[in-house]
Design a protein around this ligand. Sequence first.
Ligand code: G1P
Length: 274
Amino acid sequence: MISVVKKAIIPAAGYGTRSLPITKAVPKEMFPVWNKPAIQIVVEEAVEAGIEEILIIVSRRKNVIIDYFDRSVELESHLKKVNKSHLLDEQEPPAVNIHYVRQPYARGLGDAVLLGKSFAGNDPFAILLPDDIIVNGKTSGLSQLVEIRNKHKGNVLALKEIPLERLHKYGVVKAEQKEESLYKIMDIVEKPLKDPPSRMAVIGRYLLNPDIFSYLEQVKPGAGGEIQLTDAIRMLIKDQPCFGKVIEGKRFDIGSFEEYLALNEYMYQNGQKS
Ligand code: G1P
């Protein structure tokens, strides 16, 4: 995919409270989706969309993510010795530069993304939330946003229609329809407790201009007392165009055990391909 967006931020610093007790020991991002950790599927999605540099925001208890994407020298030499090197070669994570930064305090998604300010510099960048696994689109979730960016410029958010009773868990947009699955975002509200502006919610893929950082620096704690990315986007869209693309494909929230199990069932039924 040809894209001017070469950088991506993957926030992976949360406590995973919805998935306790397992997340006391295993970060949600490392939950197996068939034989790969969820975060690898998201990294592969980024690479497919043309991303060359990734910044993963981790926290103290997430070193296993850093280890996973590193080489395993002992394992490599063991497999070589027993003539089974192919086992690792077939399973190699994608070749992409991955950088890490730790979020010292769990202050929310907006605070995590702000840690990527110097990584992004003056470049537009993607955000992929590893809770959201998107499968079965004609092209991957992020590639669908890149297509919109290439055509219309501007910021782009991934959207899905969500049942009314679950909208309070999402960033919900007010939007004007432009084309079949393309909207112009007019407003956005994080986790509306009542009167959501539509049924269209943001699912965890974003393409943003670096101007978002100056808004993130101004944002005050919002929903849940956290610094919300949505609140910064709300300010950004007053100054620059922002589009919403209704994503083709199925989306599973692995923070919900029902959806996590459904995703693995989907992998099993569909030949384990994302
Ligand atoms: C985050 C965002 C929210 C978005 C959601 C998608 O919320 O803040 O706007 O709709 O991801 O999964 P979280 O799920 O981290 O509470």
